[in-house]
Design a protein around this ligand. Structure first.
Ligand SMILES: [Zn+2]
Length: 350
């Protein structure tokens, strides 16, 4: 296995009823480190560069290092841009060799989100990479205002008009640590999935940190094939870094930086393993995904760029704990029985 198309990876997830973990990287040396752990777990992996950290890690450098590491991997690895800030950035990532890019127009008025996401899809087609869009406001759980969940009818309109390959949905999930116990709206997820049956569009869940394991698994059973988690990894990385420094009081000036970074990445890897367990993707590396040909590129470090404009913070209200997540996988509405469509879900007759 090696570098693979994100869409092939997601198709395998859907066939096998598991989700791939999309994990943010903070530095280039994290790519081979996380790939090594994924190999030990025999799990597929999506390496993610969020648009907001491009000032530290250029897309070209990231794609070059990640693709080279992926090409040598024994598990399927994809390279993904998360929350692309604008179309220009989206195109640069696609051109650099990412296997999928997210263009996040969710903060724009709906029609503008449709218009710009459609352009992002055209960019993705040009470079042969999948495109993710977002509808609804995922927001941030750091703040405490009401969120806007994805409307199923709008989701259908959005996917039909933009042609996005992957849709990030807001169903009670949010970025960062939750203030209370998050509760996913499974009825809404079912309605979104039903609305998107005619389209070859996969569903992804952002803000995985803190969502109870039974909710994550249930959402995967209901069609989520990619889950993004970052906050928890950061937390575990920081915890191990602090523990390492506390265990070495003799380092008063010249710290053993490689050891400290290794401790930090140990926390990342531990967190990644626990996530992969929830996503039910451990042991799923051999899932019949075709490898992409790898053409080595010259690694040329680029100068740091100026910081992009900060994203305006939006947020969600406290989400009440949900102890009842309802019955097992719900059946589709009866009127669907005669539904004639060529979409993926219908082909599988689910
Ligand atoms: Zn996100």
């Amino acid at each position: 296995m090696a570098l693979v198309k994100t869409m092939d990876m997601l198709a395998a997830c859907e066939r096998g009823k598991y989700a791939v973990g999309a994990f943010n990287l903070n530095s280039l040396d994290q790519a081979p480190f996380l790939i090594k752990r994924a190999e030990q777990l025999k799990a597929p992996l999506l390496l993610v560069e969020p648009g907001v950290i491009e000032k530290y890690m250029s897309f070209e450098d990231f794609a070059s290092v990640a693709a080279r590491a992926a090409a040598k991997a024994s598990v399927p690895v994809g390279i993904h841009l998360s929350h692309g800030l604008d179309l220009e950035q989206t195109e640069r990532a696609a051109k650099a060799g990412f296997t999928s890019v997210m263009y996040d127009g969710s903060k724009l008025p709906y029609e503008e989100n449709v218009r710009t996401t459609k352009i992002a899809v055209e960019i993705g087609r040009k470079y042969g990479c999948a495109v993710e869009g977002e509808l609804g406001a995922l927001g941030s759980s750091f703040a405490n205002v009401s969120e806007s969940m994805t409307d199923p009818a709008l989701a259908k309109d959005f996917v039909a008009r933009t042609g996005v390959d992957i849709l990030a949905v807001a169903i009670g999930n949010a970025h960062g640590f939750y203030k209370g116990t998050p509760s996913l709206d499974f009825k809404r997820l079912e309605e979104i999935r039903y609305a998107l049956m005619p389209y070859n569009c996969y569903l992804t869940l952002h803000g995985g940190t803190g969502i109870p394991e039974n909710h994550i698994k249930r959402s995967i059973e209901m069609g989520i094939v990619k889950v993004c988690i970052y906050t928890e990894m950061c937390h575990e990385g920081k915890k191990d870094t602090v523990a390492y420094l506390n265990a070495h009081p003799e380092y008063t000036g010249n710290y053993d930086i490689p050891e400290m970074l290794a401790a930090c990445m140990g926390g990342f890897a531990r967190s990644m393993e626990s996530c992969m367990n929830m996503f039910m993707c451990i042991g799923k590396a051999d899932s019949g995904i075709d490898a992409l040909p790898f053409a080595p590129k010259t690694f040329t470090p680029t100068a740091m760029k100026s910081a992009p404009a900060p994203i305006a913070a939006s947020s969600v209200s406290d989400i009440p704990p949900n102890t009842d997540i309802g019955p097992a996988y719900p059946s589709l509405p009866a009127e669907n029985k005669n539904f004639k469509a060529t979409g993926r879900f219908w082909d599988k007759n689910v």
